[in-house]
Design a protein. Structure first.
Length: 396
């Protein structure tokens, strides 16, 4: 008989980690995969960009379904499909078949969406933010470790070993979900309704929290899209040094997420969001001023942009908690919609950044773009706090 108790936090961390690893672990192997599958660079780019698009669409679908059918059956289905798709990637002999299975792997984004909903099902806003902060801090390691592990597997065994590892992780996750993830949705099965989305989209509180989250993530996307061009063209940094510089923002996120996990129950989400938005606004403004005064150093650039990571660590879990607290009975739908908005906004800001740095690959241009996104997140966060307090939600 399967468990009827809520999952341990460790289970949610592992499930969420799979979504991160599935995006980045195989990236060092792309050149070899192109050769082995007889593919082109443009078509294999879909393994990343197409995967992200499918992930965004699935976020809009899986959350609402979980609000109707329950968290457990949706998670079981998603992890089982992910496992099968990973096996398909291992066995694929041409690019078309590989890409079909690769797109199916995107279903693992369900673990991120439902992880937030499951936590909100069980805990009030402040404690939920703290739990999400723990998950965020744990997940900060995945972007750093994933490509390294993937590169080692490719070198020692071959790129198919990476997808075999995905399949093995999927099998382990399926067993873990069956044993440890009891149903947390308390309302019971209900029919799907389009009005669930419209009720959230009509809410100023939801929009402000979602936009705070989206522009916070957007500042990160702007940084990782533009920093390699600036660092290469201005200072001629090697890929290793660029990777270390980009990794600094992840280190900052880890610090901010740990602070959220520790402080959210005591301070609430409002204070942490405000501090989390002010830190990058101030830090990036100082960095921009330094470069305008004629200083030029990669250490300055990466040092000031590290404040984006710290601010996001203080913001993301709290803004997400705010968004899914607008309608706790629609936590899955809210998490899905907020996540899809963040991914879509990040894609748009990435495109804008690439267009901008193509014309002017300077720290001033890059910092201006990051600061613009950070300030937009600050404004959205202030509006969210104001709307909460106006509506009598001062205890968040």
């Amino acid at each position: 008989m399967h468990t009827r108790t809520p999952p341990h936090l460790t289970t949610l961390i592992l499930l969420t980690g799979m979504a991160v690893l599935s995006l980045n672990m195989f990236l060092p192997s792309l050149p070899r995969m192109i050769v082995d599958l007889g593919a082109t660079e443009s078509s294999m780019a879909l393994a990343v960009s197409g995967y992200m698009i499918v992930s965004a669409v699935l976020q809009l679908i899986m959350g609402p379904i979980s609000d109707r059918l329950g968290r457990r059956p949706v998670m079981l289905f998603a992890v089982a499909l992910y496992m099968v798709a990973s096996v398909g990637c291992v066995l694929a002999q041409d690019e078309m078949l590989f890409l079909v299975f690769r797109m199916a792997q995107a279903v693992i984004i369900t673990s991120t969406v439902l992880g937030a909903a499951i936590i909100r099902d069980q805990f009030p806003a402040r404690e939920a933010a703290s739990k999400m902060g723990v998950i965020g801090a744990s997940m900060a390691l995945a972007p750093m470790l994933g490509p390294t592990v993937g590169g080692i597997l490719d070198t020692v065994i071959g790129w198919r070993a990476i997808f075999a590892l995905y399949a093995a992780l999927g099998a382990m996750a399926l067993a873990l979900v069956w044993v440890d993830l009891g149903e947390t949705l308390k309302t019971g099965p209900r029919p799907l309704r389009l009005s669930d989305y419209t009720s959230l989209l009509r809410s100023g509180r939801f929009w402000s929290y979602a936009m705070c989250q989206a522009f916070s993530v957007g500042a990160f996307y702007v940084f990782i899209a533009g920093a390699p061009f600036v660092a290469t063209r201005l200072w001629n940094l090697s890929p290793a040094w660029i990777g270390a510089g980009i990794g600094s923002i992840t280190g900052g996120f880890l610090l901010g997420a740990l602070a959220t996990a520790r402080l959210a129950p005591r301070l609430g989400i409002h204070r942490l969001i405000l501090v989390g938005r002010l830190i990058p606004a101030v830090g990036l403004s100082m960095g921009l001023l330094a470069f305008l005064m004629g200083y030029s150093s990669p250490f300055l650039l990466f040092g000031f942009t590290m404040t984006v990571g710290i601010g996001n660590g203080l913001t993301m879990a709290n803004a997400n908690t705010g968004a899914i607290s607008v309608r706790p009975d629609l936590a899955g739908t809210a998490a899905s919609l907020a996540g899809a908005l963040a991914v879509s906004g990040g894609a748009a800001l990435t495109w804008i950044t690439l267009m901008a740095v193509e014309r002017s690959s300077t720290p001033i241009m890059l910092l201006s773009l990051i600061l613009g996104s950070a300030l937009a997140a600050l404004v959205a966060g202030i509006i969210a706090i104001w709307l909460d307090r106006a509506g009598g939600f001062d205890d968040l």
